[in-house]
Design a binder for this molecule. Structure first.
Ligand SMILES: [Zn+2]
Length: 348
């Protein structure tokens, strides 16, 4: 069973003058500690060819806090300062793996004003959020959407955008598998005619919305055709038309696919994608004989092998379910890949 799903929740909040004062000072300390850590790591390498990790910089932080010139570091919560050194460590890791450039110093003007509170540096109880050194009063958060029941915030990031607005971002782990365990499975065929067809014969989709989308596409195509009319670019127009249609259907498919993955993960279900070139339409789901290629207008067909009368989409969905089960049975890598996006088998 999936242990938990991590999600971010972002809210605006309105700090009191005292909270504003401390948080602004915290941002400054976070930036300073990040820059001191970066300087120390650079010096260690340039002068001694030594690599400092998070642990070493964290020990240095203890020293900086004892120095008279940095005494103000003791006035803010220590946790965001340690987190700054962790973020610096992550920046180095991303540099070493080639994902990012060498870490740069954070400038007062350009760098993001934020501070991350973890563990004991905040409390969240009865819908009230309090930060370390500011425990006397909860933050005045606008809970624009509720946190899920049983949600436990893991980290709280306070930030202020260039316009001066304040935000808290809560990283929340919520229990997954909200639906009871089941051995039920379903194949899903995503088609042009209906949005979806399930292998148990149930069509899913909103015909009115589909009509609207098709009408919008037709309008865009007419508009393109009108623009190209009279020019020698008719062939170009035809190609563009085709690309436009494909772009629209790809975009809505991606959106649907993302939503399906999200929902499956939340419910603790397994989603198995099946390659888009899998001939699910032409295979007879009863006897396995492959039929001739059929045009999109053919909605029903009869198998020449076993005589079964098929609904085109239901038959395809049944084949997809079988293909999905074959993939799990042989333990192949079933993570979604580029180009395997048009069909999915789902265990629910
Ligand atoms: Zn057949």
């Amino acid at each position: 069973m999936v242990e938990g799903v991590e999600r971010g929740y972002r809210y605006r909040f309105y700090p009191t003058p005292a909270q504003t004062d401390l948080l602004v000072r915290t941002f400054g300390c976070v930036r300073l500690v990040y820059n001191l850590g970066l300087q120390a790591r650079r010096d260690a390498w340039q002068q001694r060819q030594e690599t400092l990790g998070y642990g070493a910089t964290s020990s240095l932080l203890t020293g900086w806090k004892q120095a008279a010139e940095f005494a103000f570091l003791n006035e803010v919560s220590c946790v965001p300062l340690q987190q700054a050194l962790r973020h610096l460590d992550t920046a180095y890791t991303r540099f070493f793996t080639g994902e990012a450039r060498y870490p740069r110093f954070k400038s007062k003007k350009k760098s993001r004003r934020s501070a991350e509170f973890t563990g004991s540096a905040f409390t969240y109880r009865d819908g009230e959020l309090r930060l370390a050194k500011l425990m006397d009063a909860p933050l005045d958060v606008v809970w624009s959407r509720p946190l899920p029941d049983g949600a436990v915030p893991k980290t709280v990031t306070v930030s202020q955008d260039p316009a001066g607005r304040w935000f808290v971002s809560l990283k929340v782990t919520r229990p997954a598998a909200t639906a009871p365990a089941t051995a039920k499975m379903v194949g899903i065929d995503a088609g042009l005619n209906r949005l979806l067809t399930l292998s148990d014969g149930e069509p899913v989709g909103n015909p009115r919305q589909e009509r609207r989308e098709r009408a919008a596409l037709a309008r865009a195509q007419r508009e393109l055709a009108r623009k190209e009319k009279g020019s020698r670019n008719r062939e170009k127009a035809r190609v563009r038309n085709h690309r436009l249609a494909r772009a629209i259907s790809d975009a809505s498919w991606r959106m649907f696919r993302t939503l399906l993955e999200y929902k499956a993960e939340e419910a603790g279900r397994t989603l198995i994608p099946v390659p888009r070139w899998y001939p699910s339409t032409r295979l007879c789901s009863v006897c396995g004989i492959r039929a001739e290629k059929m045009s999109l207008s053919v909605r029903e067909w009869t198998c020449t092998g076993c005589g079964t009368r098929h609904d085109r989409d239901v038959n395809a969905a049944r084949n997809i379910l079988a293909a999905g089960l074959a993939v799990t049975a042989c333990g192949a890598d079933v993570r979604p890949q580029r180009g395997t996006s048009s069909r999915a088998g789902s265990r629910r």
